[in-house]
Design a binder for this molecule. Structure first.
Ligand code: ADP
Ligand code: MG
Length: 475
């Protein structure tokens, strides 16, 4: 039930204010529209987007409603305004459109006043941001800058998005959501953004921390009854970066707090950067309303490395540590260590350290010996899960669609491709593969394999796609 206070009492536009009786009629109409919307979009979306709306005036066929934030306004305009107008027309044919504006009754707090700037004392830990309240931001790794980031096909989009955020005067998209597997450069890019802003605009407060740390701070604030301080601190920064947000999946109250922090910052036009190991929609245990917020800005994924990128990274790292590594050895490493960049880098470091210690040149034989454990781990065959993930990524569908019963071509075809690759790249039997795809029959898998083979022979573009996927999976 919407009460009469839905009409903005702070408005001075008295001549626009419907008279009391009119108000009642309008509110009754609004209630009907609300009830229908709630049925259509579900309780969660209703609570997030429709509930906070207040009717201000109705004049000349235009219903003016207000929402608390700019972010909500944009969302409501994009997703619900037209539907609301249509529903309302059914109640009152004279209603032509809905106009949504931001309520001005909340004075946004000035972030610069929220946190007293502290100049770091000489000798303070490197990486502590000058603008940050001491201890709020985690330290930044001095090596994680844009200049040290090697760009290739798998990460060029994420890189461009990160640069854009770092260089923009105004928030280009909110949030920037970076995701990708372990050791593919998410943290590196986040630190690079922070370093860049710190250098070019030291006035801005940049906070970087892991979701885990965010949670610990929150829990600590609850324990010490300092949650107001906690809220104020986090809601008065210019750029907030939360790394590995998947950590708070299933942690309800932390998510709740994060959700509010997120909204408060977006409303003030502050930049948020988030990373995770999966896309927002694939984050299991994350609240729907938070997922929809996370999806609102730019979602950029970092794909598994290619051989070329790995080679480029090795060359760059070798140059950084001024090591003279023969090209053959670099190629060998780029071929063999395919799991992630962290291991690749670790492998190179070990090989170089070994050579320096024993005072010998770096050779492939020595490399094989020094890295035998790492090489064996990377030797293992690709798994069906990896295939599903990679294929889902490639075709832009959810991993869950690999198991789902949906038969739309847009998901059925990628699923068939994944089954085909599972047959080609693993030693699993047809029934085993079928089971991994939502308990499908072995004949379904057989059919998929034939279908993909047929398409490959008919469509060179498709064949190339499959080849690319195969190479990416094999490393
Ligand atoms: P993630 O956060 O995605 O798990 P990191 O950002 O911690 O991965 O990266 C792991 C290591 O690999 C870091 O040392 C990072 O510098 C390095 N790395 C990852 N991608 C690149 C890249 N494209 N160029 C240079 N170094 C990279
Ligand atoms: Mg990381």
């Amino acid at each position: 039930m919407i009460d009469a206070t839905s009409f903005d009492a702070t408005s001075n536009a008295t001549e626009d204010d419907p008279q009391d009786a009119v108000k009642d009629v309008i509110l009754a109409q609004w209630n009907t529209v609300n009830a229908q919307l709630r049925d259509e979009i579900g309780e969660a979306a209703f609570q997030s987007w429709i509930k906070p709306m207040k009717i201000r005036t109705v004049s000349d066929g235009v219903v003016h409603v207000t929402v608390p934030t700019r972010f909500m306004r944009d969302w409501v305009v994009a997703h619900y305004a037209e539907r609301i107008a249509t529903l309302w027309q059914a109640e009152a044919p004279e209603v032509a459109s809905i106009e949504v504006s931001v309520r001005s009754d909340r004075t946004p707090t000035n972030p610069r006043e929220g946190i007293r700037r502290q100049t770091p004392a000489a000798g303070e830990s490197q990486g502590e941001l000058p603008g940050a309240r001491p201890g709020l931001s985690a330290a930044l790794d001095p090596r994680f800058v844009f200049d040290n980031f090697v760009v290739g096909k798998p990460n060029e989009f994420a890189y461009a998005a990160a640069r854009r955020v770092a260089e923009a005067d105004r928030v280009p998209f909110n949030p920037l959501f970076l995701y990708g597997g372990v050791g593919l450069g998410k943290t590196h890019l986040m630190h690079a953004i922070a370093w860049h802003i710190r250098q070019t605009d030291p006035e801005r407060t940049v906070i970087y921390l892991s979701a885990e740390k965010f949670m610990h701070r929150f829990v600590q604030a609850i324990r010490e009854s300092t949650t107001m301080d906690f809220k104020n601190q986090f809601r008065s920064v210019d750029v907030l970066m939360i790394d590995d947000v998947q950590f708070i999946a299933g942690k309800e109250s932390t998510q709740e707090e994060f959700f509010h922090t997120f909204n408060a910052l977006v409303d003030q036009g502050k930049q948020i950067v988030i990373s995770a190991d999966k896309s927002p929609s694939d984050l299991v245990g994350m609240e729907e309303r938070l997922i929809s917020r996370l999806n609102c800005g730019l979602v950029a994924d970092i794909h598994a490395t290619t051989y070329e990128l790995r080679l480029g990274i090795l060359q760059s790292k070798a140059a950084q540590i001024r090591a003279d590594v023969p090209p053959k050895v670099m190629e060998f490493l780029a071929h063999k260590i395919t799991s992630n960049v962290r291991e690749l880098e670790g492998g190179l470091n070990r090989v170089v350290a070994h050579a320096q210690l024993i005072g010998r040149d770096i050779t492939i034989e020595a490399t094989q010996e020094v890295l035998h454990d790492l090489l064996r781990a990377n030797d293992r065959r690709v798994t069906i899960e990896e295939i599903q993930k990679q294929v889902a990524n490639h075709f832009n569908i959810r991993i869950s669609d690999m198991h789902s019963a949906r038969r739309a071509r847009s998901v059925a075809r990628p699923r068939q491709v994944a089954m085909y690759l599972a047959k080609q790249l693993t030693a699993r039997s047809l029934p085993e593969i079928g089971r991994k795809f939502g308990g499908r029959d072995h004949t379904t898998v057989m059919h998929a394999v034939r279908k993909v083979e047929e398409l490959k022979s008919l469509d060179p573009g498709f064949a190339e796609d499959i080849e690319l996927l195969r190479r990416m999976l094999e490393g």
